[in-house]
Design a binder for this molecule. Structure first.
Ligand code: ATP
Ligand code: MG
Length: 634
């Protein structure tokens, strides 16, 4: 079956299509009803079916692939590699689950997991899933305050943490952050389970509260904890969004729909059969990490490489080296990750034997053409852009090499995946836009399996944030998009990232892309700032590549010329600043609203997800100094 036919069936005959896909996973009790969409915008998939994510990710494979590697945990921080077979994974997860039970954690209880990208994070997630506890992984890079906010929202029965993480060879103590977060939180969990890696000798234990995981593991190794079967629509986990636009939302995922969607995506989108290997460079703390470091590959019987470390450590060839060493078939990374490599010598792309590698998937941000070209040229591989949100849980737009690979169009993540009926509509009238016209990307309910079921304990916010934007009941992605005549969708940026110059709407992405075509530019962010005459004008912030010695003012002028040349005088930036770094969230996404707030002296909103607060200080100084090109004040 080709893509069109399969996709059409998934949206026109959802019950038949998804009813068939249900057999991709094991059910303790099969679903009684495939879809209940009687109370939109809510919907329930595989109603009455009893299943379990841990069973499908681990136990199910014991018969056919007990001795195959399930997880290969590589750390270039601690210089260690752990190859964990499905049999060993089963043993570790059971010991972990027994520990949770001992600590009083049961079905429906929330467990916060605040761990680095290490095997124990996977054990902890699967152990929660096994006993029906709801995990909420908080990215290990988040500070105490971010953690406290999530603790108070989730009200966990237990928090699991490590003594420390490492970044670029530097030990980053986690435990003091946890202690501070628990002091700040109003609903701190009674117990903290500590995975002591021996990285922070100075770690303090809180008597009566903190529990040493190594001890409990030793006590429970060899035990088996029975699976707690869950109704398909019960919550499996919570995951907070990156907070690029505002306060993070506790995205709630179900069990059966998620498992089925992931199983289907593994073969059709990521083109991975059982026994094959994926390297996903994400962190378990992100949506991509949940789905393609942990649940997707394991449900699919694959081998997943989990990587703790920088893309450039010990050298910028590390990802490619892993691809050679473990015969990786599919690499999944982000444009940000590739842009870090792009600052380095291109020869690294050709240092290792990449003959096993078939596909490079990138998601999380717009994939700019220079980065796409660099990677495609350097590796000779097919680079596939895919678009999704924490909310969707798996790609919503992608090409599907496992089913029917359509030609890649750089800049476009392609076509809707199964069950996604998407439209590009006018933000004011809600009317469909014609091909080539910009609009808001929306999804017609029912949302496919795998997508969020609600926001944790806040159905009202779920309805308002996603379905409250148009007269018709439509899920707004809050992203701008345009579709070409062949149906390829291009994402133009977030709806709050559009600039209105003299009545013309310009996507920040278009301007960023034209600036990025200059060889000297490493990264660029564009925001709209108020202008008395024209409404808004683009303000450009750019970093230069390592080794560029040109004067910033000269490069800035070249940027201005390039934008005018490619987009016309209308898009001429009001001001251009060459800065040492751009503000990004911990997940590597550009925090444009922070730049905009600095330019206009307005409230930037929640900045707690900012990765490096110093970046903002430098930008503040640059703004005070005046632009490298353009007017002093816009
Ligand atoms: P918050 O919703 O809290 O503001 P966030 O939207 O940054 O945070 P995520 O769910 O991690 O949190 O990111 C999803 C967003 O990332 C998408 O809505 C889109 O703006 C962007 N994105 C993801 N993949 C792509 C892609 N392939 N091309 C363009 N943009 C993408
Ligand atoms: Mg979002």
């Amino acid at each position: 079956m080709g893509y069109e036919e399969a996709w059409r069936r998934s949206v026109d005959e959802p019950e038949a299509f998804w009813g068939e896909q249900a057999s991709l996973i094991d059910w303790q009790t099969p679903p009684q009803r495939i879809l209940d969409a009687s109370t939109p915008p809510f919907r329930r998939w595989f109603v009455g079916g009893m299943t379990n994510l841990c069973h499908n990710a681990v136990d199910r494979h014991l018969q056919a692939r007990a001795d195959q590697n399930a997880i290969i945990a590589v750390s270039t921080e601690t210089n260690s590699t752990r190859e964990i077979t499905y049999r060993e994974l089963h043993r570790e997860v059971n010991a972990f689950a027994a520990t949770l039970v001992e600590l009083g954690v049961g079905k429906g209880d929330r467990v916060i997991i605040y761990l680095p990208n290490i095997a124990e994070a996977v054990f902890a997630m699967l152990a929660c899933a096994r006993i029906g506890a709801i995990h909420s992984v908080v990215f290990g890079g988040f500070a105490a305050h971010n953690l406290a906010l999530r603790i108070d929202d989730a009200e966990p029965a237990l928090l699991i943490c490590a003594d420390a993480g490492m970044r670029g060879g530097k030990v980053i103590p986690y435990k003091p952050l946890v202690d501070a977060a628990l002091r700040e939180a109003t609903s701190p969990p009674p117990r903290v389970l500590v995975v002591n890696r021996g990285l922070d000798a100075a770690m303090a234990w809180v008597e009566g509260r903190d529990v040493d995981y190594a001890e409990r593991r030793a006590a429970h190794l060899g035990e088996t904890v029975p699976i707690t079967w869950l109704e398909s629509n019960e919550p499996s986990y919570l995951l907070y969004t990156s907070g690029t636009t505002g306060k993070p939302k506790g995205i709630q995922r179900d069990v059966g729909g998620y498992a089925v969607a992931l199983a289907l995506s593994m073969t059709t989108i990521f083109d991975l059969q059982p026994g094959q290997t994926i390297l996903c460079t994400s962190d378990v703390g992100w949506a991509v990490g949940h789905s393609y470091n942990v649940y997707g590959p394991l449900i699919g019987g694959c081998t997943a490489i989990l990587y703790e470390g920088m893309p450039t450590n010990p050298d910028p060839g590390i990802w490619w080296k892993l691809c050679e060493q473990y015969a990786v078939r599919t690499l999944f990374s982000s444009p940000t990750g590739i842009r870090i490599l792009k600052k380095q010598d291109e020869a690294w792309l050709r240092t290792y034997d990449l003959s096993s590698l078939q596909w490079i998937f990138l998601a999380g941000e717009p994939l700019d053409q220079p980065t796409y070209d660099w990677l495609t040229r350097g590796t000779g591989k097919t680079v596939i852009d895919n678009y999704w949100q924490t909310e969707t849980g798996w790609p919503a737009l992608s090409l599907m090499p496992g089913l029917d690979l359509k030609p890649v169009k750089p800049g476009s993540p392609g076509f809707p995946t199964f069950g996604y009926r998407m439209r590009v509509i006018d933000e004011a009238t809600g009317e469909d836009k014609a091909a080539g016209e910009k609009g808001v990307l929306v999804i017609e309910p029912p949302l496919p399996p795998g997508c969020l079921t609600t926001i944790w304990r806040d159905d009202e916010r779920y309805q308002r944030s996603y379905f409250g934007h148009f007269k018709a009941l439509l899920y707004s992605s809050l992203d701008w998009a345009v579709r070409d005549a062949e149906g390829y969708t291009f994402i133009l940026g977030r709806t709050d990232d559009v600039i209105n110059v003299a009545g013309h709407r310009l996507g920040t992405r278009e301007i960023e892309e034209s600036v990025a075509t200059l060889g000297a530019v490493a990264e660029v962010a564009v925001v709209g700032v108020a202008d008395e005459l024209k409404g808004q004008l683009p303000a450009v912030f750019a970093t230069l590549k390592q080794g560029v010695t040109d004067h910033p003012a000269d490069v800035a002028q070249a940027m201005e010329r390039r934008v005018v040349e490619l987009l016309g005088a209308l898009a001429r930036p009001g001001c251009i600043y060459v800065v040492p770094a751009l503000p990004k969230t911990r997940s590597g996404k550009l925090l444009r609203r922070a730049l905009q707030a600095l330019m206009q002296d307005t409230d930037p909103g929640d900045l707690s997800t900012l990765d490096d607060p110093n970046a903002l200080d430098e930008i503040r100084k640059a703004i005070a100094r005046g632009p490298d090109c353009g007017q002093r004040r816009v």
